[in-house]
Design a protein around this ligand. Structure first.
Ligand SMILES: Nc1nc2c(c(=O)[nH]1)N[C@H]1C(S)=C(S)[C@@H](COP(=O)(O)OP(=O)(O)OC[C@H]3O[C@@H](n4cnc5c(=O)[nH]c(N)nc54)[C@H](O)[C@@H]3O)O[C@H]1N2
Ligand SMILES: Nc1nc2c(c(=O)[nH]1)N[C@H]1C(S)=C(S)[C@@H](COP(=O)(O)OP(=O)(O)OC[C@H]3O[C@@H](n4cnc5c(=O)[nH]c(N)nc54)[C@H](O)[C@@H]3O)O[C@H]1N2
Ligand code: SF4
Ligand SMILES: [Mo]
Length: 766
């Protein structure tokens, strides 16, 4: 448990923002438990004092009426009653054990494991799932990035090989389907975008149907027709190859399969694909030549590609741009990066031992299963259906596709356990609610270590006392496994050795004792991180038990990347662990040379395997595709459901007062369309898809294309507990999305391409 925190008030306490994957370093002045002032932490080596407008409002995360303070159990009348932790742990453990005994581990699924700021708890959910015997982890990453991970697995050898971009050092940057001005996704996004925009020697190209703020800074904005990026990207690649602009030397030295790929690209009908994507072929030629000819060039993509038609293929084509032109593996290009603690895993193909689901037969990708299939895995009479769900740090009732399907599925579940800090739409449907301390009340970290050549890690210490009767997630998982008889209560010998080891690390006592313990009791291997937590964790200073898992990660990381870790100033794994533990802000964990970066490619021959048969088939099939396979005259608009704006931050902020503007989460519509429908600013309309409908507030806006609409992500929280109450705090957009409207391979939802119709709400005149 955390020691009392004795900070004099008015002291600036270093931590990080937990609202997006950048996790900028911040400092907070706390007064009476409230976040009085927040500023960027200049000491943070990656964010360097930067923060965006969202971070200054973090008191709305820390202090709001909906914070959970006690464990809760559902009552027969549908309400909740307070229970103590012993009862909660005992009952949840017994129910999980019963379901497992009757139906097997695969009857239990797990959802979440961390949001934008908290992954430390998720590291201890790994042994929890292993002990339960379930392969099922559903996760938000599997409704955006798993197609990309799958492609990476084929290109580079492992799905854990993740590509980053050297935007700051690049002369030619193409941003596709991302709006970093609002969503960030790259360090110090606004500064960086401004800098490229201003520099006459550097070029920024934005591919986005909407004239976003990022697009306004761009030298070239390609206003692609929604859903046609595959055509546009294929045309860019076609031009590069047809003009002979590919990097032959790079392709020969670093890749295999280029001949087959190039042959297909030579046959791309550039004019036709340009027309389909709504962009002039001449403009594409200019960009293709600029990109291929630049000194350094890179690409970055995000949800505009992933949440749109041909999701997986899009991410393949995007990567081919830098690979075919040789803009990979050097400064200012795209590069692979390391992970201190793996955020994602590598899944084998189903035929080679990869897990598949029992009902729909979906294969895991990067060890995750996609939220789009979960309702079908639950809401069925199939004997091997999912019967129990544990949700940690996620709010699928708001954020998974098809809220109606999720509501029906949750009713079928025999057990729902929610671990959260707030009373959410998902929490309200749980049988047991297990409250966690906020990310400023406990030791926390994220595993979003995405930088290259220098990568960073930030372990955050608690800066305020926990309010209420909460338990950190690692402790919840430990107690559940102890109650299930899967983990000993204590490890007295190992704990004693750990205490000695902290005083005399040079003797290396703990590593030896830990290895020996696992060798003597092999059953403990699958719960190894909880063994670390229960032994070394108790010996760490200031109640930092949750950091224990990092000790193992540091040992492994320092062995795997010995020279880069030494270059960043750490002699070995122990020294790296201590540096992380001792620092209030992020620390550099490794510095690679670009040449060393090639060791991150995991194919045995060290080459990038360019020809992915499934992707090449889909690429070839583009030519025969009908104009828009999703066009439906009943639903004439294409809605992008999930725009990132100034005042949304996933579901992390729940109190609508945090918003200084756009409280309603208005629907953007082209002024001509609004006029045609007789809709003016602030008027209400019903937005309806084949899945459901929501009421929206109209905002005519000429940055969207005619025929297109845009609604924000991250709205729709209701404090009343009434599911139909979606007006007060904006639209619950996933009432509009369907489980089956998704990429065939990765099941990533087409959230940016939802056919809808719009009907004005007419108020009756008395
Ligand atoms: N303010 C804020 N920032 C956030 C978040 C937040 O909730 N609020 N969430 C965070 C998270 S979890 C994520 S994953 C990231 C996402 O970050 P982004 O992907 O950058 O954000 P979006 O606004 O969802 O979508 C990006 C762009 O895709 C465009 N788009 C729509 N359809 C298409 C299409 O067919 N083709 C192309 N090329 N583009 C299209 C949209 O116009 C939009 O500008 O943001 C993170 N940052
Ligand atoms: N239609 C549509 N749907 C979308 C998107 C879209 O663009 N359009 N975007 C998708 C994307 S990219 C994403 S990433 C997802 C995000 O959706 P989710 O995975 O649901 O993640 P968050 O919204 O970040 O919710 C995090 C949850 O964690 C809780 N939490 C905060 N701190 C802690 C903590 O310390 N411990 C615990 N246990 N809980 C905590 C919060 O209260 C909240 O309930 O939404 C997806 N859904
Ligand atoms: S860019 Fe992301 S991490 Fe940084 S301050 Fe803004 S929301 Fe927080
Ligand atoms: Mo996301």
């Amino acid at each position: 448990m955390a020691e009392p925190i004795s900070h004099p008030d008015a002291e600036w306490r270093a931590t990080a923002c937990n609202l997006c994957s950048l996790n900028c370093g911040i400092e907070i002045q706390v007064e009476d438990g409230r976040f009085k002032r927040i500023r960027g932490d200049r000491e943070h080596p990656s964010s360097m004092g930067y923060l965006c407008q969202k971070a200054s409002r973090l008191d709305y995360y820390q202090n709001h009426a909906g914070r959970l303070t006690h464990p809760l159990r559902r009552t027969p009348d549908g309400g909740f009653e307070r229970i103590d932790w012993d009862t909660a742990i005992r009952e949840v453990a017994a129910k999980l054990a019963n379901i497992r005994a009757d139906h097997g581990g695969h009857a239990i699924a797990y959802y979440g494991g961390g949001g934008q700021g908290n992954h430390l708890g998720g590291a201890y959910a790994v042994p929890f799932r292993a002990a339960l015997g379930t392969p099922y982890i559903y996760n938000s990453l599997a409704q955006e990035k798993t197609g990309d991970f799958w492609v990476n697995g084929r290109l580079f050898g492992r799905q854990t090989c993740h590509v980053t971009e050297g935007i700051e050092q690049s002369d030619y940057v193409i941003i596709i389907g991302a709006n970093p001005w609002q969503s960030h996704g790259i360090p110090r996004a606004r500064q960086v975008i401004r800098e490229i925009g201003k520099d006459p020697n550097r070029t920024l190209v934005v591919i986005d149907p909407r004239r976003t703020k990022t697009a306004e800074f761009a030298d070239v904005h390609l206003a692609v027709k929604p859903g046609t990026d595959a055509f546009l990207l294929a045309a860019l690649l076609g031009i590069i190859v047809q003009d002979g602009l590919e990097d032959r030397d790079f392709l020969d030295r670093r890749t295999r399969g280029s001949a087959e790929l190039l042959e297909i690209l030579r046959g791309v009908p550039v004019e036709d694909y340009a027309e389909r994507s709504g962009v002039e072929a001449e403009e594409l030629r200019r960009v293709a030549r600029g990109f291929a000819g630049a000194r350094t060039a890179c690409t970055r993509h995000d949800l505009g590609l992933e949440h749109s038609l041909h999701s997986t293929l899009n991410t393949y084509l995007e990567k081919l741009l830098s690979l075919v032109t040789g803009n990979f593996g050097h400064e200012g290009g795209n590069n692979l990066h390391t992970q201190l603690v793996p955020l994602i895993g590598h899944s084998r193909e189903p035929g080679a031992g990869g897990a598949t689901t029992r009902v729909t037969g979906m294969s895991e990708i990067s060890k995750f299963f996609p939220p789009n299939i979960l309702p079908a895995e639950i809401d069925t009479d199939h004997p091997e259906r999912v019967r129990a769900l544990i949700v940690d740090s996620s709010n699928p009732m708001q954020t998974a596709a098809d809220t109606n399907a999720y509501q029906r599925a949750f009713e079928k579940l025999e057990l729902v356990v929610a671990i959260d800090v707030a009373d959410t739409e998902t929490v309200r449907l749980a049988d047991y609610v297990l409250p966690a301390p906020s990310q400023y009340e406990k030791w926390e970290a994220t595993f979003f270590t995405l930088d290259f050549p220098t990568n960073y890690f930030h372990l955050r210490r608690p800066i305020v006392e926990p309010g209420g009767d909460t338990l950190p997630e690692p402790e919840i998982y430990r107690r559940l496994l102890v109650a299930m008889g899967e983990l000993p209560t204590r490890f007295p010998v190992l704990e004693a050795i750990a205490r000695l080891d902290r005083r005399m690390p040079a003797l290396g006592l703990f590593p030896k004792a830990f290895v020996a313990t696992l060798a003597l009791r092999p059953a403990l291997k699958k719960v190894a991180s909880l063994v670390l937590y229960s032994s070394l964790g108790r010996a760490l200073p200031d109640g930092a038990a949750s950091a224990a898992v990092l000790w193992g990660s540091c040992q492994f990381y320092a062995r795997r990347h010995a020279e880069p870790v030494r270059r960043a100033g750490h002699r070995n794994g122990e020294a790296l662990f201590r540096a992380i533990l001792d620092s209030d802000t992020a620390v550099p964990i490794s510095t690679h040379t670009y040449e060393e970066g090639w060791q991150l490619v995991r194919h045995a021959d060290g080459r990038i395997a360019l020809a992915i048969p499934e992707m090449l088939d889909e690429l070839r099939a583009l030519e025969g595709e009908v104009a828009d396979p999703h066009v439906d005259t009943r639903y004439p608009f294409i809605l992008a459901s999930g725009e990132r704006r100034s005042y949304n931050a996933n579901q992390i902020y729940r109190d609508p007062d945090w918003r200084r503007q756009d409280r309603e989460g208005a629907l953007r519509i082209h002024p001509q369309d609004a006029e045609r429908l007789g809709l003016a600013t602030g008027q209400l309309a019903v937005c309806e898809s084949r899945a459901g409908s929501v009421e929206v507030v109209i905002q005519p806006d000429d940055t969207v294309r005619p025929g297109c609409l845009s609604l924000p992500h991250g709205y729709g929280q209701s404090d009343s507990g009434d599911a139909s109450d979606d007006r007060a705090t904006g639209p619950r957009i996933n009432f509009l999305t369907s489980s089956d409207h998704c990429d065939p391979l990765a099941k990533t939802p087409y959230h940016k391409h939802v056919p809808v119709r719009l009907t004005p709400v007419t108020t009756e005149v008395q």
